[in-house]
Design a protein around this ligand. Structure first.
Ligand code: C2E
Ligand code: MG
Ligand code: MG
Length: 973
């Protein structure tokens, strides 16, 4: 504020009057006594004039100010006439303070002493408060938003702390960069964003919700506002960005149609057709892939049931499908379906019901893949093999195949044409071709030959829409016209040595719309023909296709068994005398090599493994590849001791690193052994038992060799039975939750209750969690089980809240594999919200083993859950991962000492010291520490001494049903 500093004496009277009416004026003696106040000052201070005049100026200041020393300095300057204008407060009579802008004039005596001090004040409280308010708002904005300041060209000028934390970078790392070249905009359409930037600099406010990338590469969703700040000359000076991190919201609020879109994208990426069906089974969505595969457009399918694409004979299957879907379970089957162009295609169909959040069917997603090729190849190969096995002549085999093709595709005649030594063609197999066609036998191949003769001559696929207008000799054209064949497809048959030995021919009465597809089928047939032709000379080549694994060249499962049976039966080996062993070899970590280095590298690894294994083989031993990463040795003349030694040699041979894709890779090996005759008299059984043993060895400890024992067989079938019962129990909701109270040692108050799952089965009786939880973890049933537990615990807590039963929180156990699901945080959050609960109502119990999870996602998920505000409790502490340093890696709020330490805390000094150490660790990390399994007063006393916060155990209460817990609580009050 500019206040005229001239003395009143040199002003005109009007000026004085004007000042007097505009400003509050106070006149003071040098000792602070108030000599005069004008009317404005009276209203400013809220005192009557008489209460002011004669009093000391101190009454208008806060005690704090007077005592601060600043007050005396202020007066020192006033007396010298040297106090510049400034902002001060005036303490009013009612105790409130007003902000005033003051200007002073000190009247000096001729001797240079201060006589009077006149102070002109203006009440600026409103603007100071407004400024403070603005500052507070800016502070709040700074604390809650991600803020960045850019030059007009987009160079980073500054970023706030939230920006650094959220986008994982310091300002130094981005100084000198501009937003367009920074890594953060990874997911932006940069071109669009640059255009928007121009709009921002011209004064438009730009908002967007977009995916960014943090400096360490994680995707993040920001809801942002960009706005320009203009300098006084009206030019844009800076651009400010305010953003909020909405990653979690975006993840949890993802609308259904986006989900469907994603589903569709995923399906498209896999080349799978997708049809979504409403509750009445009518299609309401089909993806592009479905149209591409089967030719149907939206108009052909939408609003209709899919029944019309199936054959009548599938009626029963479709009924079963509908029933299964209705009960909420998926249904998979293979069927021939009718494509739009009338062709029949083999399809694999997977109907998956999608449930509403509150139960009931929302819609059904039907994934349809075209498996015609695989199926056709399978059928044709099967037919060929069948023929070969029965030693049927090649001609007959090919007749069967021609008929099979005619059954599957729309073609008039399928025929196989052979080629003799003189380059003349003849009909080798042509089951339906009219006799008249045989007139063409003996035609020489050449540019004017039959279509087949020309295809062979040019060594190329030949497709002719109209034979009559093609280059064939007239005689040939006449024959085709006579048998009603207008169009033709011919695929030369090439032998394994590259020699052309004939052609597969498709004869059409009119041009066909699917030559490409038919050419593909002709390819398959041509391959079979090639083998059939060469059967006599190249029997082995045929076997390679059928009986040998294509990657490693080793016998496949079927051939390995057949060959072994054959040898045993032909008595070349006497197993009765000398025994026989089966070694089932499983490669650990093979899946990971496949995933991280690709299938090619995976195949390379398999070939190297097969090579090393083959080198171990003795003359009579058999080795085969029976599954992706599983090999089997059948070892005649081999008893237990020798078999184990053999297994050790196998492990040793595979223990040295492999070079794959120029990287060094090591693999783990597990081997199961079964022996003849004690573990089975039939080879198939022996292989099964060795397989089972191998699976068991993998479970117990990796990289082990194990010999079959009879109880494994029993265990395996028990496990299967148990699994199917648990599956049922989860789906019909026959599990139950018991609750065990956790109480504060000091106050006896309830800390929370732990939800523990109980399963009582009609047939199996009570199955303890120690039996069914590990099994659920292994079989993947843990996911639906945990979901049920969460739903039920939330439902119960909601009910308690409604009835004012004071349960502070429910602790729910989560197994480590559950954290691999990145959706877990949003699933938990959604469930809470559905029940009107908050994150602080739930305690998530997890165990140390989550740290051992190879999947880095697991820890990320744990962190996300923490970020959402859930209490994470580390269960069974002390039994798992033995390093304490990891505690920093988990965002936990409490530790639960495992009950084994509590059990013998009285007798065992080690346990006591451990429990003591755990309490101290918890204390130093500021974590709550709980002890579980407290059964005696003595244990409780010791834990109290060790300063445990909370206890849980039978001494307080066993886990009980919800209503019994209420009774327990009521009895305590
Ligand atoms: P936990 O989470 O450590 O649960 C504590 C276990 O100690 C419970 O066994 C409880 O009944 C038992 N317990 C409590 N107080 C005492 C006591 O004073 N003395 C003795 N001897 N035992 C006591 P429970 O119910 O058999 O559960 C065993 C484990 O199964 C649990 O250990 C937990 O890891 C798992 N589990 C139980 N329910 C679920 C569930 O819903 N989901 C998952 N993922 N795991 C669960
Ligand atoms: Mg627990
Ligand atoms: Mg525990």
């Amino acid at each position: 504020m500019q206040i005229p500093m001239a003395t009143t004496r040199s002003c005109s009277n009007q000026t004085v009057t004007a000042l007097d009416s505009a400003l509050a004026v106070i006149e003071l003696a040098p000792d602070g006594t108030i000599l005069f106040v004008n009317g404005n000052f009276v209203s400013l201070a809220g005192y009557p004039q008489n209460d002011l005049v004669g009093e000391n100026h101190r009454m208008l200041c806060t005690g704090e100010y007077i005592l601060s020393g600043e007050y005396d300095e202020h007066w020192g300057r006033l007396r010298k006439g040297a106090e510049p204008p400034g902002l001060h407060t005036v303490l009013r009579k009612d105790g409130t303070a007003r902000w005033v802008e003051c200007a002073y004039h000190t009247v000096m005596s001729p001797s240079g002493q201060a006589e009077r001090i006149i102070c002109f004040c203006m009440d600026v409280t409103a603007s100071v408060e407004a400024k403070k308010q603005k500052e507070m708002q800016l502070g709040a904005l700074d604390r809650s938003s991600i803020i960045a300041e850019y030059s007009v060209d987009g160079d980073f000028l500054s970023i706030n702390e939230n920006f650094m934390i959220t986008l994982c970078c310091s300002f130094n790392e981005i100084a000198g960069l501009d937003i367009f070249s920074s890594i953060f905009l990874d997911y932006f359409d940069l071109h669009e964003f640059r255009k928007s930037w121009l709009d921002i600099t011209s004064g438009q406010i730009f908002t967007n919700l977009a995916k960014w990338k943090t400096a360490d590469g994680s995707p993040i969703w920001l809801d942002s506002v960009f706005t320009a700040i203009f300098s006084e000359d009206g030019k844009p000076a800076r651009i400010i960005q305010f953003s909020t991190d909405v990653t979690l919201r975006v993840a949890s609020e993802e609308p259904e149609n986006i989900k469907a879109q994603k589903l569709s994208m995923a399906a498209a990426a896999l080349g799978v057709g997708l049809v979504l069906l409403d509750n009445s089974g009518k299609a309401f969505y089909i993806n592009k892939c479905f149209t591409e595969l089967f030719g149907y457009q939206g108009g052909d399918i939408l609003g209709k049931s899919l029944t019309f694409i199936f054959d009548q004979s599938e009626k029963n299957t479709l009924c079963r499908m509908r029933e299964t879907i209705k009960s909420g379970l998926p249904f998979k089957f293979e069927s021939m379906i009718l494509a739009k162009n009338g062709q029949r295609r083999w399809a694999s169909l997977a109907y998956n019901p999608v449930a509403r959040q509150n139960g009931g069917l929302e819609y059904t997603a039907c994934a349809v893949s075209d498996i015609t090729d695989i199926k056709l190849q399978g059928i044709l190969q099967h037919r060929a093999l069948e023929g070969l096995a029965r030693n049927v002549p090649a001609e007959e085999i090919l007749n069967v195949i021609c008929r099979e093709v005619e059954r599957i595709i729309t073609v008039q005649y399928v025929a196989v044409v052979g080629l003799d030594q003189q380059s003349r063609t003849y009909n080798f197999s042509s089951p339906k071709l009219p006799c008249r066609a045989l007139e063409l036998d003996g035609t020489k191949i050449g540019p004017n030959s039959t279509p087949a003769g020309r295809a062979i001559y040019h060594e190329n696929l030949l497709i002719e829409d109209d034979i009559a207008s093609g280059p064939s000799d007239q005689k040939i054209k006449d024959v085709f016209a006579a048998i009603g064949v207008q169009a033709f497809l011919a695929r030369p048959i090439k032998s394994s040595s590259g020699k052309i030995t004939g052609a597969v021919t498709f004869n059409y009465s009119m041009p066909c719309a699917s030559y490409e597809y038919h050419a593909h089928i002709a390819d398959i047939v041509a391959k079979i023909c090639s083998f059939s032709f060469e059967r006599e000379e190249s029997k082995t080549a045929m076997q390679k296709l059928t009986f040998f694994d294509q990657t490693t060249g080793l016998p496949n499962h079927a051939f390995l068994l057949a060959e072994a049976e054959h040898r045993l039966n032909s008595a070349t080996v006497d197993i009765g005398e000398k025994g026989l062993a089966v070694l089932y070899v499983n490669l650990g970590r093979f899946g990971r090599v496949n995933q991280s280095c690709g299938f090619k590298a995976g195949n390379e690894l398999l070939r190297s493994v097969a090579k090393r294994l083959s080198q171990l083989k003795r003359q009579d031993d058999l080795l085969g590849r029976v599954a992706a990463d599983e090999f089997v040795f059948i070892l005649p003349n081999c008893r237990a001791g020798k078999a184990k030694k053999y297994a050790d040699r196998v492990r040793e041979a595979l223990s040295k690193p492999f070079t794959v894709d120029s990287r060094q890779v090591t693999i783990g090996v597990t081997i199961g052994i079964s022996l003849y005759p004690q573990h089975g008299k039939k080879l198939e059984k022996l292989v099964n038992h060795a397989h089972l043993t191998c699976a068991r060895a993998r479970k117990d400890a990796k990289n082990r060799v194990m010999v079959f024992s009879a109880d494994m067989d029993e265990d395996a079938s028990n496990d299967l039975f148990l699994e199917s019962c648990l599956h049922k129990a989860i789906s019909v909701g026959s599990l139950e939750l018991y609750y065990q109270p956790q109480i504060y040692l000091k106050s006896g108050r309830l800390h929370g209750v732990e939800a523990l799952c109980r399963w009582r089965d009609d047939e199996l009786g009570c199955v303890p969690p120690s039996r069914f939880i590990p099994m659920a973890e292994e079989t993947g049933l843990i996911e639906p089980l945990s979901h049920w537990v969460l739903q039920e615990a939330c439902r119960q807590l909601k009910d308690w809240r409604k009835r004012h039963v004071p349960v502070p929180a429910v602790a729910v156990n989560y197994s480590s594999p559950s954290f691999r699901d990145p959706q877990l945080p949003s699933t938990i959050m959604r469930c809470l919200q559905e029940h009107g609960l908050k994150p602080s109502d739930l305690i998530i119990e997890l165990t140390e083993s989550v740290l051992l999870d190879e999947d880095p996602l697991a820890l990320e998920t744990v962190n996300k859950i923490h970020t959402l505000g859930f209490v994470l409790s580390l269960d069974d502490f002390g039994t798992g991962y033995s390093s304490l340093s990891y505690l920093h890696r988990l965002p936990i709020s409490e530790i639960k000492l495992d009950q084994i330490f509590v059990k013998d805390i009285q007798k065992n000094g080690v346990s006591r010291r451990i429990s003591q150490a755990v309490a101290r660790i918890a204390e130093s990390l500021d974590l709550r520490v709980l002890a579980e399994g407290i059964e005696t007063e003595e244990q409780c006393r010791l834990l109290q001494k060790q300063r445990y916060d909370v206890v849980q155990g039978h001494l307080v209460s066993k886990p009980v049903r919800a209503n019994d817990l209420e009774t327990w609580m009521a009895a305590r009050n």
